[in-house]
Design a binder for this molecule. Structure first.
Ligand code: PSU
Ligand code: MN
Length: 306
């Protein structure tokens, strides 16, 4: 057993009994939304997962412990501390654990810890990817490498066009990661259902998603599966509105010389400021929508693997 891993008793019990469990990330809490909406949303997402028949496991690093499953008090602590918490990617894990520090888990580290805890399905908002201008900056999110190697299904609402979505899809293709559109053939772009890019496959039911994950395991293929679940129609924002805010945020980040791990949080915060309450409401709704789909898929997966 991993001596740094703390699996919440409810999560451990569900994993042992092969009942449905859904992992959730914590960077979305600390860096993705303002307090107190971040805490309210994180608790509501957990509740939504329970209502759909699965056990939620919010992942984070607290005092150097890798946590799969948080208490409501721990979620409140994370939300309040916000961006003061280190954003933890793969390379930060051992440093934070060795030094007994806190870390907010990204898609990458949530996948790693979910896998350590025996959790197969993970719901989030958006993934990282190939940044615009990556041909000169080489800024490519570690999320893509993790999807290439760690066997977890990640259910997201696509990616924001703060990224180069075309290059992100090329990278995933090279790395052998299936990209499945849920009830769509178009890659959704987080706040909006439209991106102009196609995904490999359109999948129409949670049962079919579960079957693909299960089959991938039976084939002995390493790596994850990416599911792109579009934001529900009533909350989808006009592409032009969101694109204008993103273009401006990217311009500002270049002017200010933002780089490295600070880039994504800067762009996310700036886009949220520029588009105001509408984008926050959309963000909350798409995360809840992904939580519902993840819980249903986890339930179907358990039926297959029993
Ligand atoms: N994109 C979003 N919302 C987010 C993130 C990305 O629309 O919250 C977060 C996720 O935790 C993701 C991380 O894993 O940012 C990617 O950061 P980077 O680009 O530095 O790899
Ligand atoms: Mn980066």
């Amino acid at each position: 057993m991993n001596p740094f891993l703390d699996i919440h008793p409810d999560v451990a019990e569900a994993v042992r009994q092969k009942r449905p469990v859904v992992a959730l990330e914590s960077t979305i809490i600390s860096h993705g939304m303002p307090y107190p909406q971040n805490v309210e949303t994180a608790l509501k997402v957990e509740q939504t997962i329970r209502e759909n028949g699965a056990v939620p496991a919010t992942v984070a690093i607290i005092g150097g412990r890798l946590k799969a499953g948080l208490s409501p008090e721990e979620i409140e602590y994370f939300g309040k501390k916000g961006r003061a918490i280190a954003k933890a990617s793969r390379r930060d894990l051992a440093v934070l654990a060795a030094r007994g520090e806190d870390g907010a888990t990204t898609v990458t580290t949530t996948m790693i810890i979910a896998h350590m805890a025996g959790i197969k399905i993970f719901a989030t908002g958006g993934i990282g990817g190939v940044h615009r201008g990556a041909e000169t900056t080489m800024d490519i999110s570690a999320d893509l490498e993790e999807l290439a190697k760690t066997p977890v299904m990640v259910i997201c609402a696509g990616a924001k066009s703060i990224l180069d979505l075309g290059l992100t899809l090329e990278y995933l293709e090279t790395k052998g990661v299936p990209v499945l559109g849920y009830q769509t053939k178009e890659l959704p772009a987080f706040y909006t259902r439209q991106s102009g890019f196609s995904v490999d496959y359109r999948i129409d039911t949670p049962s079919q998603l579960a079957q693909i994950l299960y089959t991938r395991e039976q084939l002995g293929l390493s790596g994850g599966v990416l599911v792109a679940n579009p934001i529900p129609e009533p909350y989808s924002m006009p592409k032009e509105v969101i694109d204008a805010a993103i273009d401006r945020a990217i311009r500002e980040s270049r002017e200010q010389g933002i780089r490295g791990k600070g880039t994504t949080p800067f762009l996310l915060a700036r886009v949220a400021e520029l588009t105001g309450g509408e984008s926050l409401a959309a963000n909350i709704e798409l995360v809840l929508n992904n939580a519902r789909l993840a819980a249903k898929t986890a339930a179907e997966y358990c039926r297959l693997s029993h």
